[in-house]
Design a protein around this ligand. Structure first.
Ligand code: ADP
Length: 478
């Protein structure tokens, strides 16, 4: 331990001036074994200790316990002695026991044949905290960018690609390892090198504005996407100007909207027909009443009744379809005679349709536990369809049979039939095999039939030949 340490300061006015007057650079004078001789005011200001606090103590006391265990202070002294200087960045322990990030530079100094170590120390805690914060913020942003489902691309003002996320690669099916660092013009890509995108980007850069636009991207015959692109312009003082594009695939949404619009106009069209008929009948009815034409009035009333029933059944189908779609269709089961229920359905349909004769074959004189109204609805739907889609014929066959614990109902018509490729879809919601043919319907009846039969653990199926006719089946377990 050197007792005459002030000598070094006394003998060097330059060093003394620095030592006494420095405000940011803390200075610590040590002997060559690392024992502290003196610290200046700047050091006291940064780390809390006075010269008296540290005088004669080994510089180890300023290090954290972990660093002490790793012999960091001793290694530092050794480095200075070997190389004449050493630089280090680590925590120092403040007098209040908190850890303070410090940056130090130790120099070996000789004065009058005595060797000292002078360490210049700066409190860099705030920078370190800021650095850490920025690093964490950057990690956070990277994670956010990586985890969003939308494609993201950042470009400089020369359209060089600075950053992309995985979603972007997936969205545009880019298989290349990376396209970061390339210019848009270097790519052969139907979106990235398109004239429309270039024009939009130029506009954004020119006006510095935020922009949102839609892009129909077609890769090939099979891949077609509607994209919504939100562009923003990043223009900071510290960072270069950049354009950020957030690309959202809205294909499904656009298609769903389109489908919904089509459905609404289709439903409106179907409802309008019977309503227009009712309105016309009412006008004619007024005339007939005024003219005392009782027979004519009765005929018109019957037409109104039929059209009202048609409207009611369309609305009921729509209502049931929404319930069935959400799995909320109501069923009320009880025991009843299956054969009698079939006969009632046949009678009702026969009464309303003189154009066709309905013939029944076989019996099903058994009691079943099921929803009688709903099964009546299935039979009616099959029968009405059989009539509706066989205007050229005049008979319908209903066959009842029982096989391996199931009742099977088959309804055969001799009408237009269904082409084989369309058969798998006939029970789908809103499906109409031949939408161009002007026959009223919402494409919901068979969908509902299937929901009802499914709810009875049964099965529906079809056999059909185009222009020859169809047989619609359903079976339910006994
Ligand atoms: P809708 O008759 O209201 O269109 P459905 O769900 O009852 O709806 O029938 C769906 C489609 O199945 C019909 O549009 C029609 O193309 C076809 N289809 C149903 N029954 C028959 C049948 N007996 N003969 C030929 N095609 C039929």
């Amino acid at each position: 331990m050197e007792e005459n340490f002030p000598e070094i300061l006394k003998n060097s006015p330059l060093l003394k001036n620095m030592f006494d007057n420095a405000t940011i650079n803390g200075m610590q004078v040590m002997d060559t074994d690392g024992y502290i001789l003196h610290v200046n005011e700047a050091f006291q200001h940064a780390f809390g200790y006075t010269s008296e606090d540290l005088h004669g103590k080994h510089c180890r006391v300023l290090f954290t316990q972990e660093d002490q265990k790793m012999l960091l202070p001793e290694m530092e002294i050794e480095r200075v002695k070997q190389h004449g200087s050493a630089v280090d960045r680590n925590y120092l322990i403040h007098k209040d026991r908190s850890c303070v990030w410090a940056s130090g530079e130790s120099l070996l100094t000789e004065e009058n044949g005595k060797t000292f170590i002078i360490k210049i120390v700066q409190n860099i805690h705030e920078q370190k905290v800021l650095e850490k914060f920025l690093k964490e913020s950057q990690e956070f942003s990277e994670n956010v960018v990586a985890s969003i489902n939308d494609g993201l691309i950042v470009l400089d003002t020369n359209f060089k690609i600075l950053k992309l996320n995985n979603a972007f690669y997936n969205l545009f099916e880019i298989n290349q390892q990376t396209i970061e660092g390339l210019h848009l013009s270097e790519l052969n890509h139907s979106f990235l090198s398109s004239g429309k995108l270039k024009q939009q980007l130029e506009n954004i850069i020119e006006t510095g504005s935020f922009n949102s636009f839609q892009f129909d991207w077609k890769k090939d015959e099979d891949l077609y996407k509607t994209l919504n692109i939100k562009a923003s312009f990043i223009d900071g003082k510290m960072v270069d100007k950049k354009v950020l594009l957030l690309v959202t695939d809205i294909t499904d949404r656009v298609q769903a909207e389109q489908h919904r619009d089509d459905m609404i106009s289709f439903v409106v069209h179907e409802l309008r027909n019977p309503l227009a008929n009712i309105s016309l009948c009412n006008t004619l009815l007024e005339q007939a009443v005024n003219e005392g034409d009782k027979e004519g009035a009765e005929e018109l009333l019957e037409k109104t009744r039929l059209n009202t029933a048609r409207l009611q059944s369309l609305i009921a189908e729509l209502y049931d379809a929404t319930k069935a779609g959400s799995g909320n269709m109501q069923f009320s089961k009880s025991f009843f005679n299956f054969g009698e229920m079939v006969q009632q359905a046949i009678d009702a349909v026969q009464l309303a349709n003189e154009s066709h004769n309905i013939y029944k074959q076989g019996e099903a004189n058994v009691d079943v536990y099921a929803d009688s109204n709903r099964l009546h609805q299935v039979l009616t739907n099959y029968l009405v369809n059989a009539i509706k889609y066989s205007s050229q014929a005049n008979k319908i066959n209903v066959k009842l049979s029982m096989e391996s614990g199931n009742i099977i109902v088959a309804i055969t018509d001799y009408g237009k039939g269904i082409s084989p490729e369309k058969i798998p879809y006939v029970f789908d919601r809103y499906y109409r095999a031949d939408a161009s043919v002007k026959i009223e319907g919402l494409g919901l009846g068979l969908f509902l039939c299937k929901q009802i039969i499914d709810a009875h653990n049964g099965r529906v199926w079809i056999e059909s030949k185009l222009n020859e006719g169809s047989t619609f089946y359903f079976s339910i377990p006994l």
